[in-house]
Design a protein around this ligand. Structure first.
Ligand SMILES: NC(=O)c1ccc[n+]([C@@H]2O[C@H](COP(=O)([O-])OP(=O)(O)OC[C@H]3O[C@@H](n4cnc5c(N)ncnc54)[C@H](OP(=O)(O)O)[C@@H]3O)[C@@H](O)[C@H]2O)c1
Length: 189
């Protein structure tokens, strides 16, 4: 059965972006970043893949699901199909139509949609973010892969935008000299 994996960059205190949505705190330099390119090539947006010499392999995911505000980060710079190498889904009640034929819009009940998708064959589903969509899908998240950077943001957009209690089993931890950690957890049901 396919899994839903929340693969996301966060600060040590669990924020995924500044209050205004800025992501500048998360560096794209260092050993950890090269490992991310090699291990999760499908999570690099199309407009950066050539510049970063990323292959087109889909190693873990064939589908990405994004909340409307996460999707808008790309739209605001003219990128309406950020992951054209994947099946792309944006979740929003306020959008009346997708601005791009390669991006599907789900307006209602993303939980039911995820449950249906899990029953299909294929690679896993990448929950790209953000915290609000993660809150909506919290009961369906099977795996968390946290790209944790060694700083405190203090305030910002949280990993999950509601109070969720869940035991996690640490499956793998990669440590880097620069303090970055890649943490792989499964959610215990
Ligand atoms: N650090 C990282 O790796 C990372 C990854 C992804 C995103 N981010 C950052 O996260 C920020 C966005 O996160 P966010 O938490 O503010 O927003 P978000 O989760 O991206 O989007 C929230 C929106 O998704 C829609 N939505 C969520 N649940 C829904 C449901 N059950 N039914 C229908 N629609 C639903 C709603 O859209 P409508 O209001 O249109 O109805 C809601 O306002 C951005 O700044 C982005 O840069 C960071």
């Amino acid at each position: 059965m396919r899994k839903l994996t929340y693969f996301v960059a966060c600060s040590t205190d669990g924020f995924i972006a500044r209050e205004d949505g800025a992501l500048d705190d998360f560096t794209m330099e260092g050993d950890h970043f090269q490992d991310l390119l090699n291990e999760f090539p499908e999570t690099i947006p199309g407009h950066l893949r050539k510049q970063l010499a990323v292959s087109h392999d889909l190693r873990h995911f064939d589908t990405v699901v994004m909340g409307r505000r996460t999707y808008e980060v790309g739209v605001n710079i003219g990128v309406t199909s950020p992951y054209s190498h994947l099946r792309q889904v944006v979740v929003s009640r306020s959008m009346s139509a997708s601005p791009d034929p390669d991006v599907e819009l789900i307006r209602e009940n993303p939980v039911e949609w995820i449950r249906q998708q899990k029953r299909l064959d294929g690679k896993d589903i990448w929950l790209c973010g953000g915290g609000a969509l993660a809150a909506s899908l919290a009961d369906e998240i099977d795996n968390y892969i946290l790209k944790m950077s060694p700083f405190l943001m203090g305030t910002g957009i949280p990993l999950i935008a509601k109070s969720v209690q869940r035991q996690l089993a640490l499956q793998r931890r990669q440590n880097y000299d620069n303090g970055f950690m890649l943490l792989h957890y499964t959610a215990i049901r």
